[in-house]
Design a protein around this ligand. Sequence first.
Ligand code: URP
Ligand code: ZN
Ligand code: ZN
Length: 459
Amino acid sequence: MTTLIKNGRIITATDDYFADILIDGTTIRAIGKSLPGTYDKSIDAAGKLVIPGGIDPHVHMQLPFGGTVSSDDFESGTRAAAVGGTTSIIDFAIQYHGKTFAQTLDDWHAKASGKCAIDYGFHLAVTEYEPRHAAEFRQVIDAGVPTFKLFLAYPGVFLVDDRTMYRVMRSAGEAGGLTLVHAENGVVIEEVIHDLVAAGKTEPKYHPISRPPVTEVDGIQRAIHVADLAKAPVFIVHVSTGAGADQIRRARDAGQRAFGETCTQYLYFDESKYDQPNFEGAKYIFTPPLRPADNIEPLWNALRMGYLQEVSTDHCPFNFKGQKELGRDSFTKIPNGGPGVEDRLMMVYHAAMQHGFSLNKFVDLTSTASAKMFGMWPRKGTIAVGSDADIVIFDPDREQIRSAKTHAQNCDYNLFEGMKIKGVVVTVLSRGKVVVENGKYIGRPGDGQFLKRGECARI
Ligand code: URP
Ligand code: ZN
Ligand code: ZN
């Protein structure tokens, strides 16, 4: 099957030019003007941007968490991702105590296999690392999973101690892998939560008070220091504070391989969302929480300056009805997480343009940097001869209103409900197959394949 995308304006992280793209099967065969030959299918992209498919390296589909399970499974969540212009995701396979790394990956493969609309990979979230696990490290990397996640939050559930952090970072660093850290001081947070609840302070507005910015800064500092001791690169996930991003800047300035991301929600909203009546604040209960408004511009600046490399979602949706409501009597019982995998690319485009970012930088933040950071480059994250034909045809001028009434995410609310934005995903190709046409999903479960990834953090 050959497809020609013609008349489009191709934007990569470095280039901006008009040309046609010839796709042969799953990959890009040629790029140029007036390409000779005949094609099975032709798509006119006149007036549109032609960009690499988005990569969201931080999602949690069908995650058992907070006494329930995140409401998007691999089928609905990857379908929603495709509709939003994302053609690769990386989910977190979480090692439950007693499980080997191989068993953990098998469990996650069983959840995702044959279901996905787009390509998917896994990070391995390690919760236990004893000498018996060490031999498995190489096998995990060879199986296409070169990234390891550590939680410094959620005591008794996912939290790891500093010994485990050091062991994992050292092994990952030696093997060419990368350690991702959810950086908070989870132990102190647990004490603060205990005190708040004892004082009867249980409404959603106490969620940010229970995990103030300093707890994130503390976690980031500790992760960076331990990574330095382990002589390993480190990547901080979902950075929500300007001060946290500044810790990464300082480490980078000092020559350390420290990296990080923020998420769409931290670039748009502040903690006033928790003050809404009728328990509406529960919709914004995710961790880390939304912050005082003066964190938003420093996060944009960290992206502009390259202290943070990309924007993910931490997509971990729970329905308001029946799931968020589990915490009607206490914020501690509200499952932590929110939707966003479908919204990300368009929301980032809209705000990035308002912030004076270039189209190239927009592509870098939503696709290219993640491909390089997480071992997918140059197969993913660009439009080039030989790369996978993961391509989005994007209307930069059309306006839309984000809403749960029209989104594909399996969640009864949308974080960006009612917001009018510029920029619409029109057509999406995943490895050469059109999976979204005129904004409508036309693919099939199983179109997406497991993405074996290689060496990381070559950026
Ligand atoms: O609230 C969140 N972020 N839920 C998902 C788990 C995590 O911490 O990433
Ligand atoms: Zn996290
Ligand atoms: Zn997460």
